[in-house]
Design a protein around this ligand. Structure first.
Ligand code: FAD
Length: 393
C-alpha cells in the first residue's frame, strides 16, 4: 500500500514526491520516460527562472545544495519597450539582500530532483510506465499500470504536464487561451557581462527575455538564456534561419550585451495558456501544468507548480497528523481553496502583460509608457510587483 501515487515525475511531480517522502509518507512516482535519459540529458540550452519563494522550498527539501553551484542570481530586472525612453528597473536591494531569483539550466534542476528521489527509500519510481486504468474504492484508489503493477493508494496525483490524461479521464474541464505566438528558446554567448540582470524587452511582435546564466565553466564566456516570443509565422521563420542571422537580429533589437553567438540547440513552443475549472476529483488532485499553464513572459509557470507541491504537502501532513484519510474530500477541498487565488492571479497577470504589450495600438503604446514611467517612480508599486515576481503574494 502506498500513501500517494504521483503520475508524472517532472519538475513538479518530482518535487512533490520528495516533499511527501520527507514527511514520512510512502510515495510511488510513475513516469513514461526512461529515468536514465532524464538523469543524463544532453546539454539543451533551456533554462528556468527559480524565484526566491521556490528557492526557499528547495532549501527546505535539501535540494538547493545540489542546484546552487549552477545557479546565477538575478540581482536586477529591467523592463522596457523597444524604442521607448521609459523603463522599469527592479533592484533586489529594494527588498533586502537576497537575489530576486536564480537562473538554472533545466538539466541541473531535473538531476537534483531525480537524485534526491533515488536517495529516499520510501519513494518507488516506475519509469517507462503509464497508467492503464484506476478504480476508486471506499478505502482508496486501485491503480493498474502498463508494466503489470497494481498499486493501492489513498490519493492519486496527476502531474503529467499540460496534456495530462488523468485530468481528461477525470472529466476536469480545461480552458485553452491561444496567443497565436510561438516561443523561440535558446542560449547565447554575448560580448559584455550580464551583471546578474534579467531583461524583458517588449516589442510589438512580442516580448524578448534575456536571462542571466553562469559564465561558461570551460571557456569563461558570458551567457544568457533567451525566450523570444513571436507571432506564429515569424517564430517559424526565425527558427528556420541560420544562427548568424538570428544573432544579428538580436543585436539589432537588443543593444545592451554587445555581439551575440547562438550557443547550442534551439527550441520552439506554441504558446498558449490553460486553466481548469477545478483541481480535484474523488481521491485525485492535479498539480503543475496539468492544472494551470501561463505564458512564459514572467518566468512563473513552474514556480506556481512548486507552490502547488509545497502546499499540497502541507495539507497532507496536517491530515496525517490528525489521522485523517489522505484522500478525504475535506482535505482536498481545503487544498483547492488554498490554491485558487495564487494560480488565477499569476494567470491573469501574465495574460494581461502579453495582451497589453503585444500590439501596435498607439493608445496602448501611450498607456504602456505612462505605466512604465509611473511604476518606476513609485517604490510601493515597484515593491508590489517585485514581491509577485519573487513568488510571494
Ligand atoms: C518557452 C518556455 C519557457 C519557460 N520558462 C519558464 C521559466 O523560466 N520559469 C518557470 O517557472 N516556468 C517556465 N516555463 C514553464 C515550465 O516549463 C512548466 O511550468 C513546467 O515544465 C511544468 O512542470 P510539470 O512537472 O507540471 O510538467 P512537465 O515538465 O511537462 O512534466 C510532466 C512529466 O510527466 C511525464 N508524463 C507525461 N505524460 C505522462 C503519462 N501519460 N504517464 C506518465 N508520465 C507522463 C513526463 O515524462 C514528464 O516527466 C516555461 C515554459 C515554456 C514553454
Amino acid at each position: 500500500m502506498t500513501d500517494v501515487c504521483i503520475l508524472g515525475g517532472g519538475l513538479v511531480g518530482g518535487v512533490l514526491g520528495i516533499a511527501l517522502a520527507k514527511q514520512g509518507l510512502v510515495v510511488t512516482i510513475v513516469d513514461r520516460e526512461n529515468r536514465e535519459t532524464m538523469l543524463n540529458p544532453k546539454i539543451d540550452g533551456r533554462t528556468t527562472a527559480i524565484n526566491l519563494a521556490s528557492k526557499i522550498i528547495f532549501d527546505e527539501l535539501g535540494l538547493w545544495d545540489e542546484i546552487t553551484p549552477h545557479a546565477e542570481p538575478i540581482l536586477d530586472i529591467k523592463v522596457f519597450e523597444g524604442g521607448s525612453p521609459w523603463s522599469i528597473h527592479f533592484d533586489h536591494q529594494m527588498m533586502g539582500q537576497d537575489p530576486m531569483g536564480y537562473i538554472v539550466e533545466n538539466r541541473f534542476i531535473r538531476q537534483a530532483i531525480i537524485q534526491q528521489t533515488l536517495s529516499l527509500s520510501n519513494i518507488t519510481w516506475y519509469d517507462e510506465t503509464s497508467l492503464l486504468t484506476k478504480k476508486i474504492t471506499p478505502s482508496g484508489v486501485e491503480i493498474f499500470l502498463d508494466n503489470g503493477q497494481e498499486i493501492k493508494a489513498s490519493l492519486l496525483v496527476g502531474a503529467e504536464g499540460r496534456s495530462s490524461p488523468t485530468r481528461e479521464e477525470a472529466g476536469i474541464k480545461s480552458y485553452q487561451f491561444s496567443y497565436d505566438q510561438k516561443g523561440l528558446v535558446f542560449s547565447v554567448y554575448h560580448e559584455k557581462p550580464h551583471n546578474g540582470v534579467a531583461w524583458e524587452a517588449f516589442h510589438p511582435s512580442g516580448p524578448m527575455a534575456f536571462l542571466p546564466i553562469q559564465d561558461c565553466p570551460t571557456s569563461g564566456r558570458h551567457r544568457s538564456g533567451v525566450v523570444w516570443t513571436l507571432p506564429v509565422e515569424q517564430g517559424d521563420f526565425w527558427f528556420s534561419q541560420e544562427n548568424t542571422l538570428i544573432a544579428a537580429k538580436l543585436r539589432e533589437l537588443f543593444g545592451f550585451l554587445g555581439e551575440f553567438e547562438i550557443a547550442g540547440q534551439k527550441w520552439i513552443y506554441p504558446l498558449n495558456a490553460q486553466m481548469v475549472d477545478r483541481f480535484i476529483e474523488e481521491r485525485l488532485v492535479i498539480v503543475g501544468d496539468a492544472a494551470h499553464v501561463c505564458h512564459p513572459v514572467a518566468g512563473q509557470g513552474v514556480n506556481v507548480g512548486w507552490r502547488d507541491a509545497a502546499i499540497l504537502a502541507k495539507h497532507l501532513q496536517h491530515a496525517k497528523n490528525l489521522g485523517v484519510d489522505l484522500g478525504a474530500s475535506s482535505i482536498l477541498k481545503e487544498y483547492q481553496k488554498a490554491r485558487r487565488f495564487d494560480t488565477w492571479s499569476i494567470f491573469a497577470m501574465t495574460d494581461g502583460m502579453v495582451r497589453l504589450f503585444s500590439n501596435n495600438s498607439s493608445i496602448l503604446h501611450f498607456l504602456r509608457n505612462a505605466g512604465l514611467g509611473t511604476v518606476n517612480r513609485i517604490p510601493t508599486l515597484k515593491r508590489f510587483f517585485m514581491r509577485r515576481a519573487m513568488g510571494f503574494s
